[in-house]
Every structure is written in C-alpha cells, then in structure tokens.
Ligand binder design. Structure first.
Ligand code: ADQ
Length: 457
C-alpha cells in the first residue's frame, strides 16, 4: 500500500530544531507524531534564489523551503498577501494598496508552489494548506491533476460578502475556496460569512441539499477554533519569575496588552480606552498602569508605519496628561519577549486588554487564561471582534470602538471580587484546556481524513 503522508504548506516554517510559538509548535508536534512533510518559504527575499525545494531538516518529518526573489517577496508577500488580503479580510478595505503586479505576483508564487507540490504529492497523501498566502493553491493543484484530499485553514477572519468585491480578482475567491475538501475557519461566524459569500456571489456552486461543490467535489466549510498547549503554558507560567522582576508601586494594579504591532489589534483605541479610565478615577484611587508589549511587524507596509506613528502620539498624549513624576500611566515596550517571561507577566497581571477590531482567534486571550493562578486569577477583557469571544464568553466582553465601555470594563475588572474572578476563570480555563491545540489538529485532520482513519484502524 502506498505511503499516506501529511504534507503541510505554510508561508512560514520553523528553521530551528525545537520551534517556539503557538501555531508552529502545533504543526511541529502534529508532524512529529504522524510523520510527513512541511513546506514553507525560507523567509525574507533572497538575492539569488535557488530553484525548487531545499531540504532543511530531516527527522520524524522532513522540512523543505523554497526561496522568494525580491520581486516575489514585494508582490506576493508584502503586496497581495499583506497590503490587499489582510486589510480586506480584517474589514479595512480603506487601508488596501492595489498596485500593478501584486495580484500577478501572488498567482505566480502560488503556481510555482503548486508545481513543486504536484511533483511531490502521491494520490494517498493528505495536504494541509495554511492561511491566506495560499488561497488559490488547491485550485491550481487540481488543474495539475492532484486528486489527493486537500484541506485549508484560514487563521484570519473570513470577509463580509460586501467587502469581497474590493479585491482585485474577487470573482476567483469562490472557486479557490471550493477547490478544497475541507475549508477550516476559526468560528461559526466565519463559516456563516463564507456560506453567505457563496449565496451572494456564486449561487451556482450550491447544490440543492445546500452543500458547496465544484467539478463534482464537495467542499465543507468548518469551524475549527485553534487552541494552545494549555497545560504546557500553565506550567511555564507557574515557573516563570518575571512578575517578581517587574517594578511597580506597592498595591498598584497592572493591566497588560500583548500584540503584534498591527492595526487590526486596535491598539490606538485601547490606549484611548485606558485614557478614559484614567479620566474617570477619583484622586484617591491608586491608578493602574497599562503595560503594552508590541513587537513591530510588516514595517515595509505603509499602513503599519502610519499606525505606529498614531500610537506613539496617543501614548505620549495620555502620559503627558495623566503622568506623575514617579508614575507613567502607559508603559509601551516595542519588542518581543521570551515565552517564559511573557507567561510570567500574564500571571502577574490583574487584567489583560485583548481588544482587536478584527481577529481570527487571538491566542493571547487563551495564553492569559492558561497562565493565571486559579486561586487569584486576573480578568480577561475581550473584544467582541476577536474570534476567541465565541468560546470565551466568561470574559468581560467589550466594544473596542467605545472608549467609555472599555473604561467601565477596566473599573469592573480591577475591583472584581475574588469569588467572581475565580468563577469566571474556572469556566474560561475549562474551555482553553479542553479545546487545546491537540484538539484543534485532531478535529481538523479527523474531518479531512475520515475514511482513511477507518482504513487504518
Ligand atoms: P496573530 O495575528 O499573530 O496570529 P495571535 O493569535 O494573538 O495573533 O498570536 C500572537 C502570538 O504572538 C501569541 O502566541 C503571543 O504570545 C505572541 N506574541 C505577541 N506579542 C508578543 C511579544 N511582545 N513577545 C513575544 N510573543 C508575543 C494569527 C491571527 C490570529 C490567530 C493566530 C493563530 O491573526 O487571529 O489567533 O494567527 O491562528
């Protein structure tokens, strides 16, 4: 019998032996256990790109990379993926930059990857494509005669049908999606938006029984919320000492924000919400400090430069208005932290503000829950617009556009009685622990490989 391998394709691939970081660890563990192949780009632009795939590691599974030329990196990665798809999928079509060559660069890189994968994949292999960088891959693989099962997982929100026409090549999206056997999405709301797009734009893809199909193959959109290594994260936070290193006034409360520096994360609105909280307090209250840790990302895309400037202005203005000579209200650290330090900070925090304007899931919310001391837990303030809000309903849910509502949530979080904090945390933890990252890979691959799982049993 032919070997049945799992082949994962993602833009990023870990280059070190023991990778760190949520998604990468999940896929690494999954491939380590099952064997298979992981294909991804070698990262930034390469001056003299090598043709084809380069094997970079071999163990329980094999990793291969492909190089991106400067032009491919600019058009496929910075351009179409991050300056076109990312803003539209995050409901910010106003930030989209449509430039000549972006769409073609995206299609060309996908076609090149499709050529390489088609050469590799046998009929019994299962392919699992990750994220918006590779939406057209299954359609292109089908054109090359690949009949294997192909699954896709979208880590970011699925767009509203009314926003999709803003995309160049918008008419292709339905056939790209429909070429997958399983199209995984973070939430039920994403599934609803995906089905809605078919109803509006491509009703001919919908069968009389309501299923989506193209060329006789059925595509199943499925909600499969991503999780974290919850028990592992909890253990890391218990051991971490960072909370003790953090200088704070005695009795002062710590509010935390942890995000990549991205306009979808709502950082400016969060600072304004924190400013509104400071404006409400009476002179006798000990004010909380907001510690925002935000490593820069995608600095070559204009919208990111603009947002960073706006954030600097907002933080400076709030600190100028409310700061004291021995206290800075917003501590803003623009760098990334080691995982154990971050886990310790989560555990030390009295509250975390996870307030994106749009977010596929948001793993920070889940990491924060896992890191808490169940006997004295902090409070999760969570935006309605994070995918995590569908599961973590015991958080304090807020509208991130409403500074007053965020201020009220902060007051409530920082004065919440211990019993309420414990009860909320216990229910949040139950979800984060039960629907962890192994649950996620198992649920997705279970749906994608069902008949094979029966054969193997
Ligand atoms: P991201 O947009 O990157 O991921 P998120 O889910 O919050 O967002 O994951 C960020 C990760 O980076 C977390 O594991 C966090 O600990 C880490 N991180 C953030 N700031 C850090 C810092 N200063 N130092 C160190 N680590 C830091 C995309 C989607 C999300 C989706 C994930 C997974 O946008 O919606 O949840 O993929 O599917």
């Amino acid at each position: 019998m032919a070997e049945q391998r799992l082949i994962v394709i993602s833009n990023r691939i870990p280059t070190e032996e023991e990778p760190s970081g949520g998604l990468v660890v999940a896929l690494h563990d999954c491939l380590n256990a099952r064997g298979g192949i992981w294909i991804g780009s070698s990262g930034g632009p390469v001056e003299q790109p090598r043709a084809g795939l380069t094997k970079i590691a071999e163990g329980n599974y094999t990793r291969y990379t492909f190089d991106l030329s400067r032009e491919e990196y600019d058009t496929y990665y910075l351009g179409y993926s991050n300056a076109v798809l990312w803003p539209v999928f995050h409901r910010r079509a106003d930030l989209m930059q449509v430039r000549p060559g972006y769409a073609q660069g995206y299609l060309d890189v996908n076609a090149r990857v499709a050529d390489m994968v088609a050469e590799f994949a046998g009929p019994d292999d299962t392919l699992w494509v990750q994220d918006y960088h590779f939406l057209p891959l299954a359609a292109m693989l089908r054109e090359r005669g690949v009949q294997s099962r192909i699954g896709f997982f979208l880590h970011i929100p699925f767009p509203e049908a009314s926003h999709v026409p803003a995309l160049p090549d918008a008419q292709n999206i339905c056939s790209w999606v429909a070429s997958y056997d399983v199209f995984g999405l973070q939430t039920e709301a994403d599934v609803e938006r995906c089905e809605n797009l078919f109803r509006h734009e491509c009703p001919s893809f919908i069968e009389s029984d309501g299923t989506i199909s193209v060329a006789g193959r059925r595509c199943r959109p499925m909600a499969c919320p991503i999780g974290i290594d919850a028990e592992g994260y909890r253990a890391t936070a218990e051991k971490s000492k960072v909370g003790k290193r953090l200088f704070m006034h005695k009795g002062q409360k710590l509010v935390l924000g942890v995000d990549r520096l991205d306009y979808s994360k709502g950082l400016v609105q969060r600072f304004e919400g924190f400013g509104a909280y400071l404006g409400r307090r009476s002179n006798t209250d000990e004010p909380a400090t907001l510690l925002q840790v935000a490593p820069p990302s995608r600095q070559d895309v204009d919208a990111y430069k603009d947002m960073r400037m706006q954030l600097d202005l907002t933080a400076g203005s709030i600190n100028g208005d409310y700061g004291e000579i021995d206290w800075t209200p917003i501590r803003y650290v623009r760098r990334s932290l080691p995982r154990d330090e971050l886990a310790g900070l989560y555990r030390r925090a009295d509250a975390v503000m996870v307030t994106p304007l749009a977010d596929g899931m948001n793993l920070v919310a889940k990491e924060f829950v896992a890191a808490q001391d169940p006997e004295d837990p902090g409070v999760l303030i969570l935006s309605h617009f994070a995918g995590a809000a569908e599961q973590l309903t015991d958080a304090l849910l807020v509208n991130p556009y409403d500074a007053d509502e965020m201020a009220a949530a902060l007051e409530r979080a920082l004065t919440m009685p211990l019993e309420e904090r414990k009860a909320r945390h216990a229910r949040l933890w139950e979800n984060v622990r039960d629907e962890d990252v192994d649950w996620w890979t198992g649920r997705f691959l279970g749906a994608l490989c069902q008949p094979r799982a029966v054969e193997a049993a």
